[in-house]
Design a protein around this ligand. Sequence first.
Ligand code: SF4
Ligand code: SF4
Length: 199
Amino acid sequence: MRPITGVFRGTKNTSVGMATTLRAFFGKNITEQYPEVKHPVMPRFRGRHKLHRHANGLEKCVGCSLCAAACPADCIRVVADENTDDNRVSAGERYATVYEINMSRCIFCGYCEMACPFDAITLGNDWELADLNRDQMIYTKSMLLADPPTSDRYGMNRRAVTLDGDGLDSALPVWLEETVARESGERSGTDPTGRKGKS
Ligand code: SF4
Ligand code: SF4
C-alpha cells in the first residue's frame, strides 16, 4: 500500500468515527429512568423462572426432576413427595417439596422449560437478579411460585420470606436482615458469627 493511500484511508476512517461521536454529542439525550421505568425486553427474553399452578390452584410441578436432569449447569434441586388425600399439592401423584434454582449458576438456556412435560416451569421476563450475597441467589419454591412483586420499586422485597425464631415471616429482605444483625452485633461487641466486634 502506497503511503498516500494509507493517509487517505486513515483520514476517512477517522472522519467516520468523529461523525458518529459528534452525532451522538449533539443528538437528543436519552436518559433511562431506571428503576422507576424499566426498559421493556423482547417477548422471548429468558429471565427469572416461574413455577405455575393450574386454574384450580394445584401446582403443575409433579416433582419428576426432568428439568434437573436436563439442566446443563446442574443448578436445579428437586425433592419430591407423595400427594395424599389430606395434603394434595399438585395434580399428579407426587409434588415437589423442595424446588430450588441456583441463579448464580443458571445460564438461562431454557432447557428446563423445554424438558418439563407439564409446562410447570417457564422463564419469565424479569431480569433484576443481582444480589449482594451468593446465598440469596438460591431461589426457593415459594419465590418461584409467586410472580415477582410489581409494586416494589427497587426490588427490595423480592427475596423469599424467612422465618424468624417464632416462626413468623420476616418483613425485611434477607440481606438487609443480615446487615442489621451484623451491625447491631458489632455495636454490642458480638456478632452472629461469634466474632468480636469493634469497640
Ligand atoms: S435455564 Fe438452563 S441453566 Fe438455567 S435452570 Fe434452566 S436448564 Fe438450568
Ligand atoms: S418443573 Fe416440570 S420437569 Fe421439573 S420437576 Fe416439575 S414437573 Fe418435573
